[in-house]
Ligand binder design. Structure first.
Ligand SMILES: [Zn+2]
Length: 593
């Protein structure tokens, strides 16, 4: 029986399977009674959770009841949210020195409708559906398919049938995840409960018994289909609720004699839960026209040049506001200040005095890209993550600063507000901030000149080394290197185009040299609050590298967020930890030569 409605969203890799695996995903499943105990703890986010003492469970059975109730409450709470979901996947191949190395990569970005009719709208293709892209575009070895059933499977244990009729729960032990005391339970489907049921372990926090982590797979697997293993993490971003934020998936076994043909690791991130919904309404209730009052002296009219600049400023503001509303740009914050400090260092030593200050903003996506909009430099999270040090960051920023100094960003067509009227998903079709090859070459030349006069003049090797590492991995990482709004770092043959002069003077890339860190793994620097989209710097301590396998330049690593309760005065981090930072990332705080 086909029971599409039952299905959540599963990311399914299919080995040599015909296109209609969808029909095989779910077998006959007993219809469960509607969850009787759906009780959102608080209908209004922002109202603190009041947990009556009378409801404190005393037995394991009562705890399980509460876990089930809380899971259904979460499903209910999120059902009209449409967060962004981004998956970055690296296929792996065995490598003698490195154990495994990326062979090719895939990138997906979409908006997830978490209602009953689960739907996903894709940002990256003009008309083809997400599924079509996947089915058409990838390797012969395996195909990946997102199905209506699929992703929420990884977000929720089981969107429809998470109850005692379908699952057995066994208490395992107590354990801290970060600062949160948790109870771990083994969850297994009952006999004949159906195919594609969750099987694995869940961790629930010990106050309200919300699930904070799921780890396992689906089982039993239908003929010819293949379920990923996944490790799914939630964050306490709203009072009373733990919100799905990170999912790590991994398959493959490179041990000697293994016959696994499928090997990959993938990170999925979910964010933008609250961005498009509430931000504008908040602005309305908070509307203060005075705050943007013209500060210029009374009776001073704009000169033609000033009018031109005001016009460009308007275009810049429009674009940034639109990118933020589409969930692609983080709101202004502390990371921007770090970036602006680096830009400032270059400006001051070069006596650059622009009519408007240069600003910097973070695009929250994986692909490595920069662009500038008017006087604002935008740099992607994936790029910041992988840069080894401040000098390499300075090198990357200097190219965009050069565009601004050279006046390359005059495109003011976006001052017309009708050009902001498009769906979020079509942002990449409506915006583009690329320069022609002549402007690129001029910006590179100017950037090198700026860098040589900057405090980073003696440390340019790290930027060059980063680009060398990028070039070395470019053929395998084309999705990561496909920029969506700015110019690409590489040409279609994988040769670095940007700032290639820096590569000439950089030392040669040495895989086995442990103190040479050319590029970091993804996830090492920026963490994102999935509810509000704010970004901040990861506060991970440096971890020493013991073999070439620890370097993992540009690679995907598991998530290990440090969980904290909302409002808890955490000793270190806030409630939005980053993935990949705790265990595997070598934070390179010093300079590498
Ligand atoms: Zn450029």
């Amino acid at each position: 029986m086909r029971n599409v409605k039952h299905c959540g969203w599963v990311l399914v890799a299919c080995l040599f399977v015909p296109a209609n695996i969808g029909a095989q995903q779910s077998g006959d499943q007993p219809t469960s009674a509607p969850p009787a105990a759906v009780q959102p703890v608080s209908a209004t986010p922002g109202i603190a959770l009041a947990q009556p003492a009378a409801r404190v469970p005393v037995s394991v059975d009562q705890v399980v009841d509460q876990i089930i109730e809380r899971e259904h409450a979460l499903i209910q709470f999120l059902k009209d949210r449409t967060p962004l979901v981004e998956t970055y996947l690296q296929n792996l191949t065995p490598n003698n020195k490195l154990g495994s190395a990326p062979k090719e990569d895939h990138y997906f970005l979409g908006r997830l409708d978490m209602g009953d009719a689960v739907d996903r709208r894709d940002y990256l293709s003009k008309q083809a559906s997400f599924q079509h892209v996947l089915m058409g575009g990838v390797t012969k070895l395996f195909r990946i398919q997102y199905q209506p059933m699929g992703f929420s499977w990884m977000i929720f244990a089981d969107r429809q049938n998470f109850d005692r009729n379908h699952y057995d729960f066994h208490y395992l032990h107590r354990e801290f995840l970060g600062e949160v005391k948790c109870l771990a339970f083994e969850v297994t489907p009952k006999k004949n409960a159906g195919t594609g049921m969750f099987k694995g372990q869940i961790w629930v926090e010990d106050q309200n018994y919300n699930i904070v982590r799921l780890n396992g797979t689906y089982w039993p697997r239908p003929k010819n289909a293949f379920y990923f293993h996944m490790d799914s993490w939630r964050l306490n971003l709203v009072p009373g609720y733990w919100i799905p934020a990170y999912i790590y998936s991994e398959e493959g076994d490179f041990s000697y004699g293994s016959r696994d043909k499928l090997a990959f690791k993938a990170q999925s991130r979910i964010w933008g839960y609250d961005v498009t919904r509430d931000s504008r309404e908040d602005e309305l209730t908070d509307l203060k026209v005075d705050a943007v009052k013209d500060e210029s002296p009374v009776s001073q009219d704009l000169s033609p040049l000033e009018a031109q600049r005001a016009w460009q400023q308007q275009a810049e503001d429009n674009v940034l506001e639109r990118l933020q509303r589409a969930g692609l740009l983080a709101p202004s914050g502390d990371v921007d200040k770090v970036l602006q400090t680096v830009v400032n260092n270059i400006e001051i030593t070069n006596n650059i005095d622009l009519p408007r200050p240069v600003r910097a903003r973070v695009m929250v996506t994986y692909p490595l890209e920069t662009f500038s909009v008017g006087n604002t430099i935008v740099i992607s999270r994936g790029l910041i993550d992988t840069l080894p040090d401040e000098a390499s960051l300075a090198a990357i920023l200097s190219h965009e600063l050069a565009h601004i100094v050279l006046g390359h960003n005059l495109g003011s067509k976006f001052a017309f507000t009708d050009r902001m009227l498009f769906s979020d998903e079509s942002t990449y079709q409506n915006f583009g901030f690329r320069h022609n090859p002549e402007e690129e070459a001029a910006a590179d030349a100017k950037a090198v000149e700026l860098l040589k006069n900057s405090p980073y003049a003696q440390k340019l090797a790290s930027g060059g080394l980063y680009l060398k590492q990028l070039q070395a991995r470019a053929p395998e990482l084309s999705a990561l290197l496909t920029s969506h709004l700015g110019n690409s770092f590489t040409d279609d043959k994988g040769q670095v185009r940007r700032l290639s002069a820096l590569m000439i003077s950089a030392p040669s890339l040495e895989e086995g040299k442990l103190d040479q860190i050319a590029a970091l793994p993804l996830g090492g620097r920026i963490k994102l609050d999935p509810w509000q989209d704010h970004v901040e710097m990861v506060k991970a301590a440096p971890v020493s590298i013991t073999s070439a396998r620890d370097k993992m330049p540009f690679e995907v690593t598991p998530f290990f967020p440090r969980l904290t309760r909302l409002g808890a005065t955490a000793a270190g981090d806030s409630a939005a930890p980053a993935g990949g930072s705790g265990t595997t990332t070598a934070q390179n705080s010093g300079t590498q030569k």
